[in-house]
Design a protein around this ligand. Structure first.
Ligand code: 3PY
Ligand code: MG
Length: 255
């Protein structure tokens, strides 16, 4: 598997790593997106009806096809984080991280001692089923050095606290969620106030030298965001891609 972290630092890369959210509980959609050439995927355990068993299989297929499987966990709890990482996730998105204390909590859960409380599960996929070498050397090393811990900034209070969030040790990147940010601000995503909050986080992340990503619905939007300097992007999602193609196909026939 190519780790998302390695892609972020890849020298000579013209287009930043591009991923997509995956919401359909199927290995086939993971396979299609991987073969299409996406760099990474984010399995949406926050919003989609994916089970832990679905994630397990989708992670396996993604890794086998060389695409980094990141998982957006549903909350800041302990159990899922551990199981998802041990199943071989390349990183975690933590939704609605609003301040330093919340950020420290999620990072701690996703980090091995001495940095955090993630337990020893080297007998799982993340430890190559116990074959990763003596003392689970690469299980812990990968967990510390390769796994990405990515808090999502998606509330106004999180924008205000962005410098605090960005300065927490172990934060490998941040992700701006424009959907929830605009909804919690009670404004449209295109509203200048929302756009300026987004710009503020982008600027703060750049100043802190922390990779920053966000989401776009389509390719034109993605190109605009690349020009702004985002380090990684999510573009659309599996259900969106299918819905758009389905609508355009049937509309074209009937036109
Ligand atoms: C949001 O925009 O709120 C997200 O969570 C990313 O799609
Ligand atoms: Mg959101």
């Amino acid at each position: 598997m190519t780790w998302l972290k390695d892609l972020l630092g890849e020298p000579g890369r013209k287009v930043p790593p591009i991923g997509t959210f995956m919401k359909i509980p199927a290995v086939e959609t993971v396979e299609i997106v991987a073969l299409a050439g996406f760099d990474f995927i984010v399995l949406d355990y926050e919003h989609a009806p994916l089970t832990l068993s679905d994630l397990n299989h989708m992670i396996l297929v993604a890794r086998a096809l060389g695409v980094a499987p990141v998982v957006r966990v549903p909350d800041h709890g302990y159990g899922d984080v551990q199981r998802v990482l041990d199943a071989g996730a390349a990183g975690l998105f933590f939704p609605h991280v609003s301040d330093r204390a919340e950020c420290e909590q999620v990072v701690r859960q996703a980090s091995h001692p001495p940095y955090g409380t993630r337990g020893a599960g080297g007998g799982m996929r993340a430890g190559n089923w116990g074959m990763a070498g003596r003392g689970n050397a690469s299980y812990v090393k990968d967990g510390v050095e390769k796994v990405m811990r990515i808090p999502m900034i998606e509330e106004k209070v999180a924008v205000d606290n962005a410098d605090d969030i960005l300065s927490v040790p172990g934060v490998d990147a941040v992700f701006i969620g424009p959907g929830d940010l605009s909804m919690t601000m009670g404004l449209k995503m295109t509203d200048p106030e929302v756009q300026s909050a987004i710009e503020e986080v982008l600027k703060k992340a750049k100043a802190a030298r922390v990779p920053v990503g966000t989401v776009s619905a389509d390719a034109a939007g993605a190109r605009r965001l690349i020009d702004k300097g985002y380090d990684f992007l999510l573009v659309s999602n599996d259900t969106g891609m299918l819905a758009r193609s389905a609508m355009s196909l049937i509309d074209e026939i009937r036109a």
